[in-house]
Design a protein around this ligand. Sequence first.
Ligand code: SF4
Length: 714
Amino acid sequence: QPAPDLAAPAVKTTCPYCGVGCGVLATPDGQGGVAIAGDPEHPANFGRLCSKGSALGETVDLGDRLLAPTVDGQTVSWEGALGTVAGGLRRIAEQHGPDAIAFYLSGQILTEDYYVANKLAKGFLGTPHVDTNSRLCMSSAVAAHRRAFGSDTVPGCYEDLDEADLIVLVGSNAAWCHPILFRRMVDARAKRGTKIVTVDPRRTQTGEEADLHLGLQPGTDSALFSGLLAYLAGQAKLDGRFIEEHTAGFEGALERARQIAPDAAATARATGLAEADVQAFFELFARTKRVVTAFSQGANQSAQGTDKGNAIINCHLATGRIGQPGMGPLSLTGQPNAMGGREVGGLANMLAAHMHFAPEEVDRVRRFWKAPNIITGEGMKAVALFEAIERGKIKALWVIGTNPLVSMPRADRIREAIKGLDLYVVSEAVATSDSARATGQKTVLLPALAWGEKDGTVTNSERRISRQRAFLKAPGQARADWAILCDVARRLGHGEDFAYNSAVEIFREHAALSAFENDGTRDFDLGGLAEIDRRAYDVHLPMQWPVPKRGPDAKKGRARLFADGRFYTFDQRARFVAVQPPALAQPVTAERPLVLNTGRIRDHWHTMTRTGKSQRLSAHRAVPFVEIHPDDAARYRLSDGGFARVATDLGSAILEVTVTDAVLPGSIFVPMHWSDMTASDGRAAALARGIPDPVSGQPELKATPASVEAVAYR
Ligand code: SF4
């Protein structure tokens, strides 16, 4: 990694990987390369970068870039490609109705891209079927927030991790997946003696470094937090005044919690933990005021993910530990702009700007957009959307900046289903991505700008809006996603409504849509940025929403919400939720006796289209693998470094075996990054049925019944 030439002008931008949203200084060398350093002024990372962020300079070559539009594999002009897309969308809408058109977006794209895609689909084409890979990431946390707070609001901020005395990490391998935040937690331990507790069936690197690791049975998180709520009540450790004045539903939630896990002994039985560990955790939580409970994909990617989030939030509401320095529930988003997608309404159950489908909200958005075809209800969430493609209900799919043919559950089935589409459009930077290589009836590939070339904003896990800035020239004919969408809108006759010339114009409109005069009942409000000019946008400093037009937050945003105990429900009270008893959506069987868990490894990101370019990153784990407990390895005659076929009801993959007691007996772990189209066939998501959470629609990716058998040679 060359040291950046500090004499050359460094461009301040934001890392395109995880939801920490680290600030990056990028110093281009003028020949297509770039030196990378952490931005010491960015409040997410203060100059630090993890292995992935610091290797960004190794991933900006153009070797595998999509540089020109193609239709059915033939290079065409932009004119030809856009004409094919617009003509296809018009024809399909006329023949089958706008409901036959779907968009699948990504937490990788910028807020401005998201805004334009959402507006085009939901206001002008008139299809509600806009969903995103963020559905797979944090939609259960979104649903839990809405149930508890009346809004999708992350109450706290990263500073709370610096100021906490206890950090509980639930379903989070932060040491690998949010590394810079984890460093802040470790720093807090060194400075103030903060205790770190991990709750995860796998003993990951994070668990290794924790003061207490709770390796509970898969899917039993809500039993642990139900037991905790019952314990807090039994030990008179509740904040009765907060419960009385600022919440509703406590009695029902407590009664349910007592049914699920009335005490530490019952909690131990329900979770498979040692009673002494449960007791130690309960006592630690009860006696520590400053507690942050950070939860991530291990909790969210579950058929009961929303209940897990609410079981956690219940414990914070019951103790009044929310909205104050060093305390609160904190959802860690996986992707760099999962939050930005939520802001613009780029989920199938949202309309725009944190608005849903109340008649007055629909009317407000319709008038603001001057939308001729505003939708009035929810569309299909990701799992249902792709199943609708399989059933032939969706005729046109436009995928922007994501790779569902690897990352979606049942990915193999989806790959087949794509072939039946009448129109398959992929806006993509990488020519070799699985999405770009799949072909449908009419496949249009549109070359998009990548990180370092595009310009706009992203929002990280603590509601902080940062700029991604361009420092490299656009390669070939690649264009911004928003510009491509606008050109299609023009061809569909909506030119005046999509006449943006730059990202800042889109941002201004997005901010204006979010601003309600003197309302005070909305969390998401960027009214203070609704008139931002180009220069201010160019020098925009990272800022946490809300940023209203008036008041103390107007200039710099707000770090914490709910400090006054007022929430965004109609009566301003938070809601306790009586959660369901834990149960796996698909229990193991005699034929599939193991629980397959999937997740990330330290040095790869999603489907490796970027991190796979770095030899350094690829060297960490070069081939896909399965982790298995020594007892199970002996039972199935597997040896460390050998190979195993991992099978579910949906298919199989051959993987290198890692024998480790980091996984529980009866569980196996497979990383999510590889596919059968990478050099090594390690597809993980394809093996999961992905039964969705009934509230959030987030699919189960952590507990699929599976079997293993030894393979002599690959
Ligand atoms: Fe990028 Fe996340 Fe690493 Fe920060 S912690 S450098 S945002 S991958």
